[in-house]
Design a protein around this ligand. Structure first.
Ligand code: NAD
Length: 353
C-alpha cells in the first residue's frame, strides 16, 4: 500500500491534516491548491517533499497518480472528481460530497464509467464514541432500537470567520446544513437507516454575514418509524462547535446521551430496568485518529485488495439528499418533502457500482 501515489487537492485548513493520515498508509506525492502559498505550506507540513501545483489537471497529467484525495471547497468536489475519474484515478472526496444530488450522481456516473472507486469521508460514525452509540442500539446491544434522536447544534461559529468566505454562501456550499451537519446527518442514518420524509423551518434572520438562514430546525422520519431532529444556530455564544453536537437518543429499552467537551467525550446510557446509568469516557484526540485511520486505510485496502470499505459514495449522496430536502422544505415554510428526492435520477443510476 505504501507504494500508492496520491495527489491531494485542496490545501486549506483541512488538507494537511488529511495528508498526514494518508502518509501513514500511502504517499502524498503531489499537492494542489489554487492558492500557491497554501499548496506550498501544506507541502512543507507533509514529509516526502510532494510536488506543488495550482491546477489539478496539470497534476493529474504529470504525476502518475493512483488516487486523489479531494479536500478542496465543496463547490469544486464534483468537477475534480469527474476530471480524476476521466484520468483513471480513484477518488476519496471529503464531505459534503457536493452541493446537490444532481452533482453527486454526475460524480457516481463518471466513476462508474471509468471503473474507479469513489468514497466519501464521513468519519463521525467511525469515531469510537459515536460508533459505541450505534453498537448499543444493535440487536446484540443493551438499549434496543433507536426510536427518537434529538441533536441541538447551536454553536458559536464566530471564531471560524466564515462570513465573506465560500462557507457562508449557499451557491458554494449547497445548504446551510453543509457547514455544521454532514457528520451528524450521516450518523443519524447509521443509527436509524433510510429517511422517508424531511421537513424544516428557518428561524428569523440575524444578519450576521451568512447568505442563508442562520437558524434552521429540521425534522426527519425514517423508514423504521423513528424520528429525529437536528437544529442549528450559528451565533449561540454558550457552546463551541465541538461541544454543540451531542445527541440524546430514546431507545426501546432506555436512553443515551453524548456530551462532547473540548478534550473528551462523555457517554451516559441507562436501561429502563437498571437502577443506575453507565458512564463511559472517550479522549478526543484518539477518537479522531481512529476514525480517520479507518476511513483512509479502508480506501486503500479497497483499491489494493478489493476489500469492501466502511463507506462508499452512497452515504455521501444520501447525506446531500437530506440537506437538499431540508432546504426545499424550509423554502416552502416547512412543507414535508418525501424521499428519494429525485426518483428519476435513481432510475438512471448504475446498477452494479
Ligand atoms: N472530515 C472532516 O472532518 C472535515 C473537516 C474539515 C473540513 N472537511 C472538508 O474539507 C473541505 C475543505 O475544508 P477546509 O476547512 O480546509 O476549507 P478551506 O476553505 O480552508 O480550504 C479550501 C481550499 O480549497 C481550495 N480550492 C478551491 N477551489 C480549488 C480548485 N479548483 N483547485 C484547487 N484548490 C481549490 C481553496 O483555495 C482553499 O485553500 C470541505 O469540503 C470540508 O467540508 C472535512
Amino acid at each position: 500500500m505504501r507504494s500508492l501515489r496520491i495527489g491531494l487537492v485542496g490545501c486549506g485548513k483541512f488538507g494537511a491534516q488529511m495528508g498526514r493520515y494518508i502518509n501513514e498508509y500511502a504517499r502524498v506525492v503531489a499537492v494542489c491548491d489554487q492558492q500557491i502559498l497554501r499548496a506550498e505550506e501544506t507541502a512543507k507540513k507533509l514529509s516526502l517533499n510532494p510536488s506543488v501545483y495550482t491546477d489539478y489537471l496539470q497534476m493529474f497529467a504529470h504525476e502518475k497518480l493512483d488516487a486523489v484525495f479531494i479536500t478542496a471547497a465543496n463547490f469544486v468536489h464534483a468537477e475534480i472528481t469527474i476530471a480524476a475519474a476521466q484520468c483513471g484515478l480513484h477518488v476519496f472526496c471529503e464531505k459534503a460530497m457536493a452541493r446537490n444530488v444532481a452533482e453527486c450522481w454526475s460524480m457516481v456516473n463518471a466513476c462508474c464509467l471509468h471503473q474507479v472507486k469513489l468514497m466519501v469521508g464521513h468519519k463521525r460514525r467511525l469515531r469510537p464514541s459515536w460508533a459505541r452509540m450505534i453498537e448499543l442500539t444493535r440487536p446484540e446491544g443493551s438499549l434496543g432500537e433507536p426510536l427518537a434522536i434529538s441533536i441541538v447544534q447551536y454553536a458559536d461559529m464566530r471564531p471560524y470567520h466564515y462570513p465573506g468566505t465560500w462557507w457562508a454562501n449557499p451557491i458554494n456550499v449547497g445548504s446551510s446544513q453543509a457547514v455544521l451537519c454532514p457528520h451528524t446527518i450521516d450518523w443519524i442514518r447509521a443509527m436509524c437507516g433510510d429517511v422517508v420524509a424531511v421537513s424544516a423551518l428557518a428561524g428569523p434572520r440575524m444578519h450576521t454575514g451568512y447568505l442563508f438562514p442562520e437558524i434552521l430546525h429540521v425534522m426527519y422520519r425514517f423508514k423504521s418509524g423513528a424520528v429525529a431532529t437536528i437544529n442549528t444556530s450559528f451565533e449561540f455564544p454558550l457552546q463551541f462547535f465541538r461541544e454543540a453536537q451531542g445527541p440524546m437518543v430514546q431507545c426501546r429499552h432506555g436512553g443515551l446521551k453524548l456530551t462532547p467537551q473540548l478534550t473528551h467525550i462523555d457517554l451516559r446510557w441507562h436501561r429502563l430496568d437498571e437502577a443506575l446509568p453507565h458512564n463511559e469516557r472517550f479522549e478526543m484526540a484518539p477518537d479522531f485518529d481512529a476514525a480517520f485511520r479507518r476511513e483512509v486505510s479502508d480506501f486503500f485496502n479497497w483499491i489494493d485488495k478489493g476489500e469492501p470499505p466502511c463507506l462508499t459514495w452512497l452515504e455521501g449522496l444520501r447525506c446531500v439528499e437530506l440537506m437538499e430536502a431540508a432546504e426545499l422544505s424550509a423554502q416552502q415554510n416547512g412543507k414535508q418533502v418525501e424521499l428519494p428526492l429525485y426518483p428519476a435520477l435513481e432510475g438512471l443510476a448504475p446498477k452494479s457500482y
